[in-house]
Design a protein around this ligand. Structure first.
Ligand code: GLC
Length: 530
């Protein structure tokens, strides 16, 4: 298996750190993260060894979906700062050598967006309504929704407004969908991209990139799809609103816009599509540069599952000349240590999986807190804030969004100044997980991440583009990356020590002492010189 070489545009082999802005660092003491907080923590990220940061939405928004409901795409929400804070953060990030990716949310706006407010006060059939998906209801009195589509967050995807029409919202009722058949919408988003490109951002993460274009005539959804949880609701492509062929025209246009700017600007799509082949359509040479490889994140802790995802990924991206991406967690899914079984074992497995991720050709996305080994936090019902939880779709996402513990022995662990109430409560037992307490500990997850990323950076120049999956026992994943020197990564997904073969001394292991007597302990991984 091979992919494009490690030379070329920066994003081809970058490690990008996802900052969930609300929960990263709070400079002004209101319990909510902000841009100045990010600026203050950039030295930490530079030392961690990542190449880029991706910021979740910080635009003006009533925060009905924590910023994924944008009221003004060209301004910073006062909760997070202002445009001057953004510019200062961007400059500082660049001076640390970090690229900056911002989120763009094109499927829907907030119901507070000026366009939607105008649509509400305009009459049916007006140009104002034509920017969104307004339709008459079914039945004599129009009291039934226009079709049977369900919101990803649960419940009907339609809400009726005064005067009788219904509007479409694939997510919360406060997130009306744009009508991408209306050329005004495409023009507006080109202008929004240019606004941030002109300010100097290096790329965009495209929210719900497989949405936007709906099947013409808005036909009923046939069948019930793959299931009711949020991830299935997002990825079930038999639905007439996901992965429609017309959406690719949008990315062809954006590709041309990005190409006008110097510096290898890029876009990465959040497209929860059904398989790797569908994913690859988003990264054809004239579309987006990258797409999240959610198959990696969805794989269980299993060498066979990892092997299958790796093979499928390369088979899909190679024909279109794209490089793969790898992601273990983000702000929408249960934290990886918890998914892998929780406790010590879950953490060991997560560290080992990170080693595999960083050994693979392509680019990796790390979600804040992964480097501290954070587990899904328990958030009491009374403190829940996630609209998907309130609308009844699955366990909710608050538990992976709890603020970062930076230092100190009790909440808010220096996320906010002492005494501030954080927007989600922080667990009382996170003191040992804080960045400060892991800083000097040679065995901590933070130290391990720093070593792995540092070594990856050192090795990258010598590593070629070829990856071979070595034949080992069923429970062992063994990857060989060609180069001079090359890199071999071995993961033991079994429950007993496994022989690693004649690989010499490990360069790095996911746990101290993981390799002993030529055997790799269970739930661990190791890098060797190839
Ligand atoms: C994406 C975001 C998620 C948000 C949804 C609606 O999936 O990652 O957080 O709720 O889109 O914008």
């Amino acid at each position: 298996m091979s992919t494009a070489p490690t030379s070329g545009p920066w994003w081809r082999h970058a490690v990008c750190y996802q900052i969930y802005v609300r929960s990263f660092a709070d400079a002004d003491g209101d319990g909510l993260g902000d841009l100045a907080g990010i600026t203050s923590r950039l030295p930490y990220l530079a030392r961690l060894g990542v190449d880029a940061i991706w910021l979740t939405p910080f635009y003006r928004s009533p925060q009905a979906d924590h910023g994924y409901d944008v009221a003004d795409y060209r301004d910073v929400d006062p909760r997070f700062g202002d445009l001057a804070d953004f510019d200062a953060m961007l400059d500082a990030a660049h001076s640390h050598g970090l690229k900056v990716i911002v989120d763009v949310v094109p499927n829907h706006s907030s119901d507070d967006h000026a366009w939607f407010c105008a649509a509400l006060s305009a009459v049916p059939g007006s140009p104002e309504r034509a920017r969104y998906v307004f339709r008459d209801g079914r039945g004599d009195d129009g009291a039934r929704p226009p079709n049977n589509w369900q919101s990803v967050f649960g419940g009907p995807a339609w809400t009726r407004v005064a005067g009788g029409q219904w509007y479409l919202h694939l997510f919360d009722a406060r997130q009306p969908d744009f009508d991408w058949d209306n050329p005004e919408v495409g023009d507006e988003f080109e202008s929004v991209l240019r606004f941030w490109l002109d300010r100097g951002v290096d790329g965009f993460r495209v929210d719900v990139a497989h949405g936007m274009v709906k099947q013409s005539g808005l036909p009923d959804q046939l069948g019930s799809g793959r299931g009711g949880d949020l991830e299935s609701a997002m990825s079930d492509t038999v639905r007439p609103y996901w992965d429609q062929p017309g959406v690719h025209e949008v990315y062809r246009r954006w590709n041309r816009v990005l190409a006008e700017y110097a510096g290898d600007r890029m876009a990465i799509g959040e497209a929860w599509v059904v398989d790797a082949a569908a994913m690859a359509r988003y990264v054809r040479p004239d579309e987006m540069q990258q797409v999240f490889n959610f198959q990696w994140l969805e794989a269980p802790w299993s060498a066979a599952a990892f092997r299958a995802v790796i093979a499928e990924t390369f088979a899909a991206v190679e024909p279109v000349g794209a490089t793969p991406t790898w992601v273990l967690s983000n702000h929408d899914v249960t934290r990886v240590t918890t998914r892998y079984g929780g406790g010590e074992v879950g953490l060991s497995r997560a560290r080992a999986a990170a080693l595999a991720e960083f050994a693979l050709p392509g680019s990796a996305y790390v979600y804040q807190g992964e480097e501290l080994g954070l587990a899904q936090a328990h958030v009491p019902e009374s403190a829940r804030t996630d609209p998907s939880w309130f609308r009844g779709s699955g366990p909710g996402r608050d538990g992976c969004r709890v603020p970062m513990p930076w230092a100190g022995t009790r909440p808010p662990y220096d996320f906010s100044p002492d005494g501030a109430a954080t927007w989600l409560p922080m667990p009382s037992d996170w003191a040992a997980l804080s960045a400060a307490s892991q800083d000097d500990d040679p065995d901590s997850t933070l130290t391990f991440y720093r070593r792995a990323l540092g070594l990856r950076r050192d090795l990258l120049g010598a590593l070629g583009d070829r990856l071979e999956v070595l034949d080992r026992s069923e429970d062992v994943l063994a990857l060989s990356r060609a180069g001079d020197p090359g890199l071999v990564c071995v993961l033991n997904c079994g429950t007993t020590p496994a022989p690693v073969g004649d690989l010499g001394e490990p360069l790095l292991t996911s746990e101290a002492g993981a390799v002993a007597d030529g055997r790799l302990g269970p739930h661990t991984g190791a890098w060797f010189r190839g």
